[in-house]
Design a protein around this ligand. Structure first.
Ligand code: 6PG
Length: 209
């Protein structure tokens, strides 16, 4: 547990950079808001981005320049400032089913996924895998979501299978709003708790203190 969200962002950026310097070549980025500061700091660290392929854990079914796009968020905070060899954008704008079908091929060809960054929702969801949702048990590498409880409703996501097969998984949780999600995960009672071996970086507020 770290004291503040800034410290979580710093530690996460340093861990990702260290993994990339250590030979990790496929980096899966999370969406949402938690990772933004981490990505901003990561952009300033010493990494040979020419060795790195960037993928996404999930994407909303909106255009890539839409304010809700995870790709747009990663582009503005990181990808416009570094030059990965390849960025495999998740084509959410094609819709959940076509987007998932196309991206499954991408993940299969890019695997193994060396390093996956995830945020966690207040309900314990990771990527777009929500508690009690059938997609939690989907086979294959990606799934299309038509009824996300977190807007927007349509998304493309990696499956739990894909996340569990990854080399390293780093879950970031900051703020009091995530305290319940952290507690749920500790009890193994949420999607984020289903990823054995995931490493968590949380601040004091998310630890419930
Ligand atoms: C998404 C994200 C989602 C996010 C969590 C936490 O597309 O919404 O991938 O899984 O990581 O909902 O979101 P915040 O970081 O904004 O709290």
């Amino acid at each position: 547990m770290l004291a503040t969200a800034e410290e979580v962002a710093e530690a996460a950026a340093a861990e990702i950079a260290e993994a990339l310097r250590g030979g990790a070549t496929t980096l899966v980025l999370a969406g949402g808001t938690t990772p933004k500061r981490c990505y901003e700091l990561l952009a300033g660290l010493d990494v040979e981005w020419g060795r790195v392929a960037v993928l996404f854990g999930d994407e909303r079914c909106v255009p890539p320049d839409h304010p809700e796009s995870n790709y747009r968020m990663a582009k503005e905070t990181l990808l416009d400032r570094v030059a990965p060899a390849t960025v495999y954008r998740m084509p959410g704008e094609l819709g959940p089913d076509e987007g998932a079908d196309l991206y499954a091929e991408v993940v299969a060809n890019a695997s193994p996924l060396d390093f996956v960054v995830l945020g966690v929702g207040e309900d314990g969801h990771v990527a777009s895998l929500f508690p009690g949702h059938p997609a939690l048990h989907a086979s294959g590498l990606t799934a299309g979501i038509h009824d996300s409880p977190k807007p927007p409703p349509e998304r493309v996501t990696l499956t739990m299978e894909a996340l569990q097969d990854a080399g390293r998984v780093l879950i970031l949780a900051t703020g009091a709003g995530k305290a319940e999600a952290v507690a749920l995960a500790r009890r193994g009672e949420s999607p984020s708790g289903m990823i054995a071996g995931a490493r968590w970086l949380i601040d004091r507020a998310a630890a419930g203190q």
